[in-house]
Each structure stands twice: as structure tokens, then as C-alpha cells.
Write a protein that binds this ligand. Structure first.
Ligand SMILES: [Zn+2]
Length: 312
């Protein structure tokens, strides 16, 4: 019996030429990588997050470690990034001399203001701070100083009852101890979630500073980016010496509000520390890296011959 081959021709099906010559049996084909395997992914330059920071002023990419070592100042253009209060204290005081005051004082949501408690909890967790200022007694050079440092990362450095009370106690302790007071400010202003209680802090801190001044003790106020609102309208503007970091924005209301209110064009550089130095509101601009050295120098001048004895 003849065998019938069922070829395509025999079946009347049109033969189609393959587009490519089929490889011989001996040809070695590269193995197709399995989908999802590590090798299949295209190699691309991956920059891990948190290693580099782009400078908003000169657009340089700065290695975070370098930025930390440089006290959060851009090594290329000297732009001053925000710095945490603990980091700043560490850069200013003599090792192991900082005795923190009222470390556990916390705000209470007495007005039941919308989302205030949630925001307090969020910032406490994120910053590991209890509120927007750290206060304590320390040594800077040979000088014992009552030092307060604000932190913008806690609710925009806003001044509520805790900030006001901690600073007032610090100033009073400075007066009792015959010590100079230094307050480094950064704030968006009074804390609206605490209503008029926030505004009362302006009078309280100012009164404490008046007693400190009566005792003829020096008070140095340092303004850093941003220093606005109720803080600028009280203790931050009352220094015997008012210093500022370069290019810090300083004022009561912001430039946009002033422009809208006055309907006038604002001069270039309005509200920067350089502008305010030219117009006499501040006494000196001190770069962050020179701050400690300058504090020692100023305190040497102001404290020359020891604390003055007041005539009775
Ligand atoms: Zn820069």
C-alpha cells in the first residue's frame, strides 16, 4: 500500500516563505532571560534617596554627608539650608555643657482646634521634639549662657504657650544667674491653634527681657530664615545685639501681604537680612560657621571685666 504524504502542496495550501532563514540545529541561541529576573532589567544609574541634596540657590548636587559636616551650608554658594535645633546647639556649645530646661513641656489642645492634636503628634514623631524650641544653660567659650534655639520643622517654629513659657523661664533663669541670654529664632509667627494665648507670649517674653535688661545683662537675638510674625514683633527684635544669618527672610507680615496692602512695588531684596542691615534693623550678618566664634567675641566685649555691679 502506497503511503500518502500529507504535504501542504498535496493539501492545496499555499506555501509561505519564512521571513528569516530558520537556524540550523547546531546554531547556539542566546538564552532568553526570564521575565522579572534581575538580569532582565536595564541597568540604569540609581541614586539612592537621602544621599544627595540639590542646592536651591546654585543647583549643585551636594553629598548629604558633606552638607552635614558643613553645618547645612552649601559649600559652593554658601546657601544656608534649614538646620535642626539639636544640630545647631551641638555646633555652638562646649561639649557636654548643655543642661536642657523644661524638656518635657508640651502643648495642650485647649481650644479643640481642628487637627491641632494630629499635627502636634505628627511633628513630635517626625522631629523627636516636644515643641518648637529647646532651651538650656550652657557654656560658649568661657561664658555661661542661657540659650534658646527654635526649630522650624516643628509646626513652622510657631510660638504657642510652650515656646513662650520655655523662653520666659530661660530668660528669668538668665537674670537670676547673671548670665547673658541668646535666642536663635526661626518662626512663621504666633501659633493660631492656641488663639490669644499665643499672642500673650509676646508680652510675657518681652517683660522677662525687660527685667533681664534692668539687670544690665546682654541679650543676643539671632534671626534665621524665616523669622516672621509675633516672634519678630516681640523677643526676636529686642536684642542688645541683633544678628542674622545671610539671606534670611525677616519681617512681620510677608512681602506678598505687604504688596497687596500697600499696592506698591517692593524694592529688590526686601526683607532679606542684607536689606535690613542696610536699613539699620540688624547689627551684623554672621555666617553659620562663624556664629560660635562671633558669640564668644561679642560676649567678651559685653561681659568685659565680669558682670557689672548695678548702682543701688
Ligand atoms: Zn549652592
Amino acid at each position: 500500500m502506497a503511503t500518502t504524504f500529507l504535504t501542504k502542496e498535496a493539501l492545496g495550501v499555499e506555501q509561505i516563505e519564512p521571513a528569516l532563514t530558520p537556524p540550523s540545529d547546531h546554531a547556539v541561541l542566546p538564552k532568553r532571560p526570564k521575565l522579572g529576573s534581575g538580569k532582565a532589567r536595564t541597568k540604569k544609574r540609581e541614586i539612592p534617596e537621602g544621599l544627595w541634596t540639590k542646592c536651591p540657590s546654585c543647583a549643585s548636587m551636594i553629598f548629604d554627608k558633606e552638607l552635614d559636616e558643613n553645618l547645612k551650608v552649601c559649600p559652593k554658594c554658601q546657601h544656608h539650608f534649614p538646620i535642626g535645633s539639636r544640630e545647631r546647639i551641638h555646633s555652638l556649645v562646649e561639649t557636654c555643657t548643655f543642661e536642657e530646661m523644661d524638656a518635657d513641656m508640651t502643648s495642650v489642645d485647649f481650644l479643640k482646634f481642628t487637627a491641632y492634636k494630629t499635627k502636634l503628634d505628627r511633628d513630635r514623631k517626625a522631629t523627636n521634639l516636644k515643641d518648637a524650641v529647646i532651651t538650656g544653660i550652657c557654656k560658649i567659650g568661657v561664658h555661661r549662657v542661657a540659650l534658646g534655639v527654635m526649630d522650624f520643622s516643628f509646626l513652622g517654629g510657631s510660638m504657642g504657650s510652650v515656646v513662650g513659657e520655655k523662653l520666659t523661664r530661660l530668660i528669668e533663669r538668665g537674670t537670676e544667674g547673671n548670665w547673658p541670654v541668646i535666642i536663635i529664632s526661626t518662626s512663621g509667627g504666633a501659633r493660631m491653634q492656641e488663639g490669644s494665648t499665643s499672642l500673650m507670649q509676646m508680652a510675657k517674653t518681652s517683660a522677662a527681657l525687660a527685667y533681664h535688661a534692668q539687670a544690665r545683662l546682654p541679650y543676643l537675638s539671632v534671626l534665621t530664615n524665616n523669622s516672621y510674625g509675633g516672634v519678630m514683633a516681640s523677643y526676636a527684635a529686642l536684642g542688645d545685639l541683633i544678628l542674622a544669618e545671610p539671606a534670611a527672610m525677616i519681617g512681620f507680615a510677608g512681602p506678598r501681604v505687604i504688596k497687596d496692602t500697600t499696592h506698591a512695588d517692593l524694592p529688590p531684596g526686601f526683607q532679606t537680612s542684607e536689606f535690613l542691615l542696610d536699613h539699620g534693623l540688624i547689627d551684623a550678618i554672621v555666617p553659620r560657621k562663624e556664629m560660635k566664634e562671633q558669640f564668644v567675641k561679642y560676649l567678651d566685649y559685653l561681659d568685659a571685666g565680669g558682670n557689672p555691679v548695678l548702682p543701688k
